[in-house]
Write a protein that binds this ligand. Structure first.
Ligand code: COS
Length: 388
């Protein structure tokens, strides 16, 4: 378990990222929205700052933040549009963590330095057209052929697929085991013959992020491509779940960063906008909206920190991670709604940032496990703990 970086170095990094978000990213948000692309100069700056390698262990060229440190830094970064986080998100989280957590030393040495520098984008290929929440039901097959596996199937909504240098692909290696048990995780270089990345999806928000279908047709990989090596055959579902647990704390931190931004915008508006002869912030019903946002934001931030601490200390935090993702993203949805309401008619207009933020954060309640999946994880495990 990474113990993180020295606290002085870390505080400097947080201050740098806070400044970067305010001075470089927020001013670029409208351009990103219009062009549906992140400007190349910003991508370069993010690489130079080491943001792609936040969670990669130092020995592989990353910064090696602990989970609580990563959460705080992601909160700071997500004061700006979630699109910028999406660019680094798969390298910091779901795309690479399978290799960090369960990879062999050779796999780590081969892939993690490129992931940390941002030269290689790592993309997580789990979801399929017919299997999203039911991650154990995946149909993409990896058929053994001598010392190789041959992968066939389609993956859907795969973040950063168009930019990917490597995919972590979850495929069924045992067709006789229908659920989670017959699934393996593979490291598949994106230039392997037989991989087609479709053109990016059109979405409600988070313009500039890229998700696509990825089609695997007779994609041949050696058995050494199984994450953790051949002895991890049929153990890929657990790798996916561990990666998602950590990811769910990360998504909670994203929700906190965006919630702070939306509250700040709404508060500024409430101080400026006058109705009935005074700023609307002096009207108690508007104050009620502000207070509810602030109270939920405080609760969400505290929950992220507590869960991240548990993950760091115990190496896992399944119930905590699901509670965090569930509460923080649902709270962000309520905060967005109130922040837009405080703006009145202006909130519905595209010239005000809140309209875009409202659309962007909608996805938080869906990806890396819907709110309903989090409820299911929390309740099943709570019941099992009491029954034990
Ligand atoms: N960490 C480690 N192992 C885990 C785990 C976790 N967080 N969660 C489950 N497992 C293990 C279980 O312990 C079980 O192993 P054993 O049989 O040895 O006990 C195995 O994995 C199967 O678990 P379970 O029976 O709970 O699997 P289910 O198929 O019932 O589904 C849910 C589990 C629904 C929780 C899972 O499919 C899920 O999280 N779905 C959402 C997927 C998702 O987030 N998709 C987003 C796409 S990526 S952006």
């Amino acid at each position: 378990m990474a113990s993180g970086v020295d606290s002085d170095v870390f505080e400097q990094l947080v201050a740098t990222v806070e400044r970067f978000a305010r001075e470089r990213l927020i001013p670029a948000e409208r351009r990103v929205e219009e062009e549906d692309e992140i400007p190349e100069e910003i991508v370069t700056e993010m690489k130079e700052m080491g943001l792609f390698g936040l969670s990669t262990p130092e020995e592989y060229g990353g910064i090696g933040l602990s989970v609580p440190q990563e959460a705080r830094l992601i909160e700071a970064l997500c004061y700006a549009s979630l699109t910028f986080r999406s660019l680094i998100g798969t390298n910091v989280g779901i795309g690479s963590q399978g290799i960090v957590m369960d990879g062999t030393p050779e796999q780590k040495a081969q892939w993690l330095p490129g992931v940390a520098s941002g030269e290689v984008i790592a993309s997580f290929a789990l979801t399929e057209p017919d299997n999203g929440s039911d991650a154990g039901g995946i149909r993409t097959s990896a058929r053994r052929d001598g010392g190789d596996f041959v992968i066939n199937g389609t993956k859907r909504y795969i973040t950063n697929a168009v930019r990917a240098g490597v995919f972590t692909v979850f495929a069924r290696t045992d067709p006789d085991k229908p659920g989670a048990d017959g699934v393996s995780a593979f490291i598949v270089p994106a230039d392997t013959p037989g991989i087609t990345v479709a053109k990016p999806d059109r979405k409600l928000g988070q313009k500039g992020t890229k998700t696509s279908d990825v089609i695997f047709e007779d994609v041949r990989v050696p058995e050494s491509a199984i994450i953790g090596g051949p002895e991890n055959l049929n153990k890929g579902f657990r790798t996916a779940m561990k990666v998602l647990d950590r990811g769910r704390i990360h998504v909670g931190a994203m929700a906190v960063g965006q919630s702070q931004r939306m509250l700040d915008i709404a508060t500024d508006y409430a101080l400026e906008r006058k109705q009935f002869g005074k700023p609307i912030g002096e009207h108690q019903l508007v104050q009620g909206l502000i207070a509810d946002c602030q109270a939920e934001l405080h609760a969400a931030r505290a929950l992220v920190r507590a869960s991240a601490d548990t993950f760091d200390r115990e190496g896992k935090a399944i119930i905590e991670a699901s509670c965090t993702k569930y509460f923080c993203t649902e709270a962000a949805g309520r905060i967005a709604d109130r922040a837009l309401q405080i703006h009145g008619g202006a909130g519905y207009m595209a010239e005000y940032d809140i309209e875009r933020l409202y659309r962007d954060i909608r996805l938080l309640r869906i990806y890396e496990g819907t709110s309903q999946i989090q409820q299911l994880v929390i309740a099943r495990r709570t019941l099992a703990q009491r029954a034990a």
